[in-house]
Design a protein around this ligand. Structure first.
Ligand SMILES: [Zn+2]
Length: 263
């Protein structure tokens, strides 16, 4: 079993519910941390509050927004308000899909609002950059709006995040040989823009990933968490890690964890 909670890369799940946050359960958001740097990956509704249990705002070097659906991006507005009202904080870099600055500026109602507060970068397929010792690689995936999966590497370890995506060669490229894959799989039945748990399991296995975190299968059922659908990530697939010893992050069988799972 590969641990990524060593000195090289740590992943913290801030939240993973959809399409709106519940008490103590934010929408999608993660922290990827190396000893020197912290990247906040997806700012779903409710994640900024949860983030502050694990990091100070001043520690955040960069924010990665995979796409502009609210359950993955709406707390970027909250982050803007936090940074603009705390001038002592350094501007984080914000990586986002084309048009993210115009969207945020429009909501705030002030041209250039994004650039005043953040160092802005628009993602494109194949974009590669470094945040200190962390290498970030964007891969365009299949979703209903422009969406970028992430491969984050440091010290020879790769943490991959699918973002919302349907199955295909794009998410396979995101997952390829990753040490840890976070794969969204909330679809009930096969569709173009989201994966089912079965598809997520097949993707993880084919890609040869070492460990998997899969956010909640909200409608499909999992035998481990008490839902009546066999989770393919448990049967012969890669190690699957979630919180409270349940292999779904939404633990329907037990008490709802108040703390996010840290891999
Ligand atoms: Zn989406």
């Amino acid at each position: 079993m590969v641990s990524v909670s060593d000195d090289e890369v740590t992943l913290t799940v801030l939240g993973c519910v959809t399409p709106y946050p519940r008490p103590d359960e934010p929408c999608s958001g993660f922290l990827i941390r190396t000893p020197q740097h912290v990247v906040w990956v997806d700012a779903g509704s409710g994640t900024l509050a949860e983030l502050q249990r694990h990091a100070k705002l001043g520690e955040i070097d960069a924010i990665w927004i995979s796409h502009l659906h609210p359950d993955h991006s709406s707390d970027l507005l909250a982050a803007w308000n936090a940074y603009v009202n705390t001038p002592s904080l350094d501007k984080p870099i914000v990586f986002g899909p084309p048009g993210w600055t115009q969207r945020l500026d429009a909501i705030i109602g002030r041209p250039q609002a994004s650039e005043e507060t953040f160092t802005v970068v628009e993602l494109h397929d194949g974009y590669v950059t470094g945040v200190g010792d962390l290498r970030l690689h964007a891969v365009a995936v299949r979703h209903s709006v422009p969406t970028f999966g992430l491969r984050a590497g440091s010290g020879g370890r790769i943490v991959a995040y699918s973002a919302d995506t349907g199955p295909g060669k794009q998410v396979a490229a995101v997952a390829d040989s990753a040490d840890l894959l976070v794969i969204e799989c909330g679809a009930d039945e096969p569709q173009s823009y989201h994966c089912t748990p079965e598809e997520a399991g097949a993707i993880a296995t084919a890609a040869g990933v070492r460990s998997v975190v899969h956010p909640p299968c909200t409608r499909p059922r999992c035998t481990v968490c008490g839902r009546p659908r066999t989770c393919p990530l448990l049967s012969g697939g890669p190690d699957s890690r979630t919180r409270n010893d349940c292999h779904c992050l939404a633990n329907a069988a037990g008490p709802r964890p108040r703390r996010p799972f840290i891999v």
